[in-house]
Structures are given as C-alpha cells and as structure tokens.
Design a protein around this ligand. Structure first.
Ligand SMILES: [Zn+2]
Length: 328
C-alpha cells in the first residue's frame, strides 16, 4: 500500500472499454488464424468480439509441461472440436482448429507413435481446417520423422498444413521445412508457413508458400515491423496472427495491427487481405470454412449448455442477445 497516497482519481478510473484504435477499424471483420484460446479467458473472447474478430483457428500445441500419456492428447483434441468451440460460440466467434503433433512433443517417440495412431480419428472431424501446428523446434531427427509422417497424412486427407517454424536457427529451419514439404509432394499453396520474419519472408513467398506472421510481444514480431513488411512485399499470400497462448501475448494483435496499418497509410483493401481474407482463402482449401457460419454463430445465447455445462457460473446472468426479438 506504499503508493496509494500518490494515486489520483484519474489513476483509479477504470480503463476505457473503447480504446481509440477501435474507431479506426469500426465495421471491419478479422480472422485470427492462429490463437490458443484454451489458455485464454472469457474476457479475451469478449474483447476480441468487440474488436471485430469474427472467426479464429486454434492449432493444437503443447501444454507447457510434458504429457504423461496419450489420453491427454485425446482429451485435448476433443476439447478443440468440442468445449472450446462451444465457448467461442458463446461470444459470437466461429472457432476452427488444426490438429497435429507439435514439434516439441514429437521428441517423445513412444508417445508420438501412439499419437500418430489417434490423429486420423480427429483430422476428418467437422471444423478441422488443417494439420497443425507441426514442423521443427530443435530440428532433431525425431521432429523430422513425425513432421514427414504428418505431411503424408495431410496429403492423403487433402488438408492444408500449418507449419511452426523454430525460434532458434529460424532461417535454416524454415528452409528445411519447405524443402521437406516439397519432397513429400505437397503443393506449396496448401502450406502455411508460420512465424515468419524479415529474414524468411522473401524465400517463403518466392517458393509459392503462404507466409504467416505472428505479432507476439518481445520474442517474435512487433506490429510496426509488420507494417513495413506489407509495404515492402504487398499482400499476396501474407497473413497476420496473434498466436496468443499461455505466455505473455496479445489476443487483440490482429485488430491492433489492422489499426496501425491504416494509421501508417496502408489502404483498407490491403489491410482486409492480410487480416481477414487471405487466411480464409488458405484454410478454406480444407472445404471446412464457410463465411455464412461467421454470421450464424452471432446468434448468441449464453444460457446454452454443452454436455450439461455452461460458461456461466452460479447465479450469473447471461449476456443477452440484443438483436433477438425473444426476451428471456
Ligand atoms: Zn502456436
């Protein structure tokens, strides 16, 4: 309580629910093709909906600590097509996912073999728009083995692939990821290479792949750098995501980047391509994305239940759907 005497009334006032950047992007719709909502709160969902995020893709990733058995993968994949999708719908956001064994966990061979066996049970489910996120972390032999096996699976299933590129040795890891994808017979137009930066973007685009950029504080890209990339490379096959997860990250990275791009003179049509349209075009190759669903999910009734559970807790009132003529 040392500092309370110095606080003024202004310091204590709640932050505005409508920060200035929301005015700049009013009426725009956003698609975040990489965000881990399992690790986020309902406040995040609400803020995303308020900022214009209408649909998202949640790639399967690692939990932050080692798994003890294949059943935890089963439960996790089930939650991505089940409970998390339902939770998202309660805020009017259409939720898709990609399913895969991520690079970090691929290093546990015994578990990986078991995961490969259950993957076909999940990748054909409704709303699964690709195999992901897969690729390299430490660039080990086991990572390569399961990356190849999953590329094969994607090819057989006719699904897009969402590639996680490594933080260490990024340039080499990205090149290797693309080399192997081509070697395994994938069409680059079915492959979204994620977590690009200034060092990797040119080659990814030149080789015909999609280039995704993660706006993630401190470790990946800031959105001022993203503005420069769009100014230099244009909008073709480029998309922006937040990759928000359990780390320090920003679930509003896509709408904030859109606002910054407009402010820095990029025209609205270009901003729309990199923060909405391109990601839809890439992942709709799965045959699982329909923009009409973005509107139907807007019919929000937070008193609905999923397997007997609701997002409301004891005595809470649901957020009413003010568009509905029915008053409950
Ligand atoms: Zn991720």
């Amino acid at each position: 309580m040392c500092c309370s005497a110095q606080l003024t009334e202004t310091d204590l006032a709640p932050q505005s629910m409508n920060p200035a950047y929301l005015d700049a992007i009013k009426g725009m719709r956003f698609f975040d093709p990489h965000i881990h909502m399992t690790s986020r709160t309902t406040d995040d969902y609400q803020a995303m909906a308020d900022a214009g995020v209408v649909a998202i893709i949640e790639p399967a990733f690692w939990l932050g600590q080692p798994r003890t058995g294949v059943d935890t993968f089963k439960d996790y994949y089930s939650s991505l097509v089940g409970w998390e999708r339902f939770r998202s719908s309660q805020f009017g956001i259409k939720h898709y996912c990609t399913i895969g064994l991520n690079s970090k966990e691929a290093n546990n061979e015994k578990l990986s073999e078991q995961v490969m066996e259950i993957l076909p049970l999940f990748i054909y489910k409704e709303g699964v728009v690709g195999i992901g996120e897969i690729g390299f972390d430490d660039q080990t032999a086991l990572e390569e083995k399961y990356y190849r096996a999953q590329l094969q699976l994607a090819r057989e299933a006719g699904l897009p692939v969402q590639i996680h590129t490594p933080h260490r040795d990024k340039k080499q890891g990205t090149q290797r990821s693309m080399d192997i994808a081509l070697e395994m017979g994938l069409d680059p137009h079915m492959v979204i290479v994620d977590h690009n930066n200034e060092e990797t973007v040119k080659e990814v685009l030149d080789r015909g792949f999609w280039a995704a950029f993660t706006i993630y504080p401190f470790t990946k890209m800031g959105n001022e750098r993203m503005v420069e990339i769009v100014k230099q490379y244009g909008t073709e096959r480029i998309m922006v995501n937040s990759a928000a997860d359990w780390g320090i990250s920003d679930p509003l990275a896509v709408p904030k980047t859109a606002a910054l791009m407009l402010e820095r003179g990029i025209d609205r049509a270009a901003v729309e391509l990199v923060t909405y349209r391109n990601a839809i075009t890439a992942f709709a190759q799965s045959g699982q994305i329909s923009e009409a669903d973005f509107d139907s999910v807007k019919e929000i009734d937070q008193s609905l239940k999923y397997n007997g559970s609701t997002i409301l807790r004891g005595g809470q009132q649901p957020r009413p759907n003010k568009q509905s003529t029915i008053i409950r």
